[in-house]
Design a protein around this ligand. Structure first.
Ligand code: PMP
Length: 396
């Protein structure tokens, strides 16, 4: 039966983890993963999460099936984080949200539904993008192309080329946009640039799929939703995949959501019914635990405030690490200006290191980064930053 089955290529980032785990050198540092670690190098369990979990265990609630679209309070909470509590679109019944298996699950449900709806459309992702975007949309049956994004020369955005590519896309092209904290580059358009992007999306009748996996890691929960709200204000119909994996530090609980803004209440009802079919035939309904915990936090003013403060703590620590990295690379005699790291946002930085420099960093210094030069700034801490900075300065 399996004679003709080929060995699939290893996931590049998970492959890096395996290499890291097998490394016996003390003081090795893994900057390859997309996970937030605290200053002690641990994945935090947030206080708000712990409280919600304790309450859940004490309640000893039964674990029946959830509705296909998940927990109502979870969906309402996720939607309010994106569009605001007083969204006119939500009040008009034009917005629907379903609980999803992480941001990945939200993208997948959306992609499968879109493929039925737009069988001849292409999907465009940024160049570069989160590596799963291409695979996921191709698996759903789409041809996937890219729009220009990162400019290695300026270590910033190639905005003119990006806009030109979007202008050249035919109507109904699905455009995946990182609504904040771009993965892998850390480079985001300015608000003024976003206005121009949104205008092209509207004028060309493109289908925006906003992916927001790091809400709260840029400037704050509300601030980081600005792009979503800009698109909503322009009355654009759109897909939004959101994730609580990072913001709640609940990676393994698979807590995400798919939100769709439809043209009318009736459209929203029909779209939801189709999304429920996609879910039902894939995994029937979402799991209870993570969703209940997140829903409890989102719907309790006390726990919400606690969560927001903890999220701000994570954001501030990442900023501090960015600042220290730039300073320490200089202190260690690094010959290049690294101040672009301060302009990048979220958990990642495209460091500009070449694949050869990344190899040397790993082999000579025990510091692991992705071969593209992407480093996870959220994995730096006061105990490893000197070693990382010295290593980078040495390989530059
Ligand atoms: N989109 C982007 C841009 C991401 O970086 C990630 C996570 N690395 C996801 C989606 C998926 O998030 P989750 O882990 O919640 O599935």
């Amino acid at each position: 039966l399996f004679d003709s089955v080929e060995l699939a290529p290893r996931d590049p980032i998970l492959g890096l983890n395996e290499q890291y785990n097998a490394d016996t050198r003390p003081g090795k540092v893994n900057l390859g993963v997309g996970v937030y670690y605290d200053d002690q190098g641990r994945i935090p369990l947030l206080g708000a999460v712990r409280k919600a979990e304790t309450a859940r265990i004490e309640a000893a609630a039964a674990r029946g099936y959830l509705p296909i679209e998940g927990i109502a309070g979870y969906n309402a909470g996720a939607q309010a984080l994106l569009l605001g509590k007083d969204s006119a679109l939500a009040a008009a019944g034009r917005v629907l949200t379903t609980q999803a298996l992480g941001g990945t699950g939200a993208l997948k449900i959306g992609a499968d539904f879109l493929r039925q709806l737009l069988p001849t459309s292409k999907v465009l992702i940024s160049n570069p993008s989160w590596e799963n975007h291409r695979a996921l949309f191709e698996r759903a049956g789409f041809e996937v192309g890219t729009y220009a994004y990162y400019d290695a020369a300026t270590r910033g955005l190639d905005f003119d080329a990006m806009l030109a590519d979007l202008k050249a896309a035919p109507a109904k092209t699905v455009v995946v946009l990182h609504a904040c904290c771009h993965n892998p580059t850390g480079v985001d358009p300015t608000m003024d640039q976003w206005k121009q992007i949104a205008a092209v999306v509207k004028e060309n009748n493109l289908v925006p799929f906003l992916d927001i996996a790091y809400q709260g890691f840029g400037d704050g929960l509300t601030e980081d939703a600005a792009v979503v709200r800009l698109f909503a204000d322009l009355d654009l119909t759109m897909f939004i995949s959101s994730s609580f994996s990072k913001s709640f530090s609940l990676y393994g609980e698979r807590v995400g959501a798919l939100t769709v803004v439809a043209g009318s209440k009736d459209e929203a009802t029909r779209v939801l019914s189709q999304l429920k079919r996609v879910i039902r035939t894939n995994y029937s309904n979402p799991p209870t635990h993570g969703g209940t915990v997140v829903s409890t936090v989102l719907n309790s003013p006390e726990l919400f405030a606690m969560w927001e403060e903890e999220l701000a703590g994570m954001r501030d620590r990442i900023r501090l690490m960015r600042k220290q990295l730039v300073e320490k690379i200089q202190e260690h005699g690094g010959k290049q200006d690294f101040s672009f790291v301060l302009r990048q946002r979220g958990m990642f930085s495209y460091s500009g290191l070449t694949a050869a420099q990344v190899d040397r960093l790993r082999e000579e210094h025990g510091v692991y980064a992705v071969s593209s030069g992407r480093i996870c700034v959220a994995a730096l801490n006061s105990g490893n930053i000197d070693k990382v900075a010295a290593g980078i300065a040495a390989v530059l």
